[in-house]
Every structure is written in C-alpha cells, then in structure tokens.
Design a protein around this ligand. Structure first.
Ligand code: AMP
Length: 285
C-alpha cells in the first residue's frame, strides 16, 4: 500500500489507477479504525476494481470545545489494517496540506446541514461537506463509501453530490455493532467500563421504538414518549436529540412510515454517541 501525503501526488496516483481499471472505490475516514470502517473497505473491494482510502482528522468539523486534540490517532495500526484489506493507496494529508493558509472556500448544505447533528454542532456539516468535496476532487472515485451510522452526514453529502453534480455514487453501508449491540465508534474508546454499560441505553431506546412501529404505533408523539421513558431509566445519559425525520431532508414527520429515519444522539459522560435505524429497511439493532 502506498501512503501519499500531498494532494498533487494523490491526484496523480488516482488518475493513473483510473486509466487502467474500470472502477475506483474510495473510503474516507478519520482513522482509529474499527470493524465499521473495515466493512466499508470490504464493500468497496467487492464492488470496485481498485480501492483507495483516506485518514484525515478534519479540524473544520470539530467545534471549539470539541475533541479534535484528543481524537484517537492510531496511524501505524490503521496502515497495517488497510494494507491487509487490500487498499492500494492511503491518502493521509496534514492539516496544512488540506487547508493551506489563505484557503477560504467552504461548502454549506443549507437546511439539511442545520438539522440533527448540524443543529447541535453548528458548523459541523460545513466542515464535513467541505472536506468531503475536497477529497472527492482529489480522488475522483466512481463510488465513495459511507456508514449509515452517520445518517445525517449521509443525507447532507447526498444533497451536496446532487446539487453540485459530483460524478460519484455515494454508497451507504449498514451499521456494524459490538456483540452487545452498541454501534462501533472511534469514540467508544473514551468510555469507562461503567459508561460503556450505560451507553447501551441508546440502542434500547431505538429497539423499543422499532418494536412499537412494527406493532402498529406510527404516531411520532407516542414514539417519542416511549423512547424518552426508556432513556429516563439511565439518568447518567444526557439526550442531545431523539428524532423521527424524513431520511433525505431530516425534517420531522408526524407519523413514521417505511423509509423514516429514527435517530438518537446522547452524551454518556462527556462522550457524544449516535445511533439510528430506518423504518422498514431491515436494519438490525
Ligand atoms: P469516521 O472515521 O468516524 O469519520 O468514519 C468514517 C466512516 O466510517 C463514516 O462513513 C462512518 O459513517 C463510517 N462508520 C463509522 N462507524 C461505523 C459503524 N459502526 N458501522 C458502519 N460504518 C461506520
């Protein structure tokens, strides 16, 4: 696996790959890789002739009081894992390479980008959209792979790709969970053993709402009430949002229906975790 650190080198290498293969898949990450990330790489490998990945902890998507400095960085181990998964090139630029002094252009997805995580973390999705736009230009992949765990992110990026005519297909990949059902996240490693147990309430909330929906309760108000009651059983977990929304626009719906996104974000201690399912999609919790 080649590790490239400059935009120019990565752009050239991807151009060379595209000249000799039919399809190029791209998996962008912030590193601290786990099985969730690897599921994206494996899907890309199964669907594309060549696969490239990136590791870049993007300062633009972290708020001033968020965990940019503490974000786990496990570069050597990540390289070994990606190489083992058959990734051809890893793009690992510095912050200065991605945002040279004088860079002033950003991508803001109005509306969608201000909802869910975009409401709780102002500027977050402008940071995400900007870095993904840049990465898609550098790599010019046929397909780019993203996790459905970040459902709001996927909605924002699909909107950006549609509106700005990016010639790429975004592929959403299912959430990979630990044995007890907790969605894998690079941030799970911040959790103490006690908080790790408390974090399971996110899944219990969603599971309860999923059961109620399959039992015929469609009204969002009733579903919210049921979810909040489950959440109250774990007073150490502080809710950020519980949302029943259209999966594309992220606007609230009065009644859930197939395709509706049910999403939760909550703080366990100081760690913010997210999880979700899409009604009727076969998503497992
Ligand atoms: P991150 O490194 O957190 O920016 O994540 C990189 C990509 O991996 C994003 O598209 C995430 O949605 C995806 N991802 C993270 N956790 C999971 C998971 N548990 N299951 C599936 N995809 C995931």
């Amino acid at each position: 696996m080649r590790v490239l650190k400059t935009v120019a080198a990565m752009q050239l290498a991807c151009k060379e790959i595209r000249a000799v293969t039919r399809s190029l898949g791209f998996v962008p990450t912030m590193g601290a890789l786990h099985e969730g990330h690897l599921s994206l790489v494996r899907r890309a490998r199964a669907e594309c002739d060549s696969v490239v990945a990136s590791i870049f902890v993007n300062p633009l998507q972290f708020g001033p009081t968020e965990d940019f400095d503490q974000y786990p960085r496990t570069f050597e181990a990540d390289c070994a894992v990606l190489e083992g998964e058959g990734v051809e090139i890893l793009f690992a630029p510095s912050v200065g390479e991605m945002y040279p002094s004088g860079a002033v252009t950003t991508v803001t997805v109005a509306g969608v980008g201000d909802r869910l995580d975009g409401a709780s973390r102002p500027g977050h999705f402008t940071g995400v959209a900007t870095v993904v736009a840049k990465l898609l230009h550098v790599v010019s992949a046929d397909r780019a792979y993203f996790g459905k765990k970040d459902a709001a992110q996927l909605a924002v990026l699909r909107t950006m790709v549609r509106d700005l005519n990016f010639p790429v297909e975004l592929v959403g990949c299912g959430i990979v969970r630990d044995g007890d059902g907790l969605a894998l996240s690079s941030r799970n490693r911040y959790l103490s053993a006690v908080d790790r147990g408390r974090a399971l309430v996110l899944r219990r909330v969603l599971l309860d709402m999923m059961w109620r929906i399959s039992g015929g309760t469609w009204a969002s108000d009733a579903l919210y009430a049921a979810g909040l009651e489950i959440l109250a059983s774990e007073p150490h977990v502080r809710l950020d949002y519980l949302a029943i929304v259209d999966a594309d626009t992220l606007l609230p719906v009065k009644e859930a229906k197939p395709g509706t996104l049910v999403a939760i974000a909550a703080y366990v201690g100081t760690t913010r975790l997210i999880d979700n399912f899409v009604v009727g999609s076969g998503d497992e919790l």
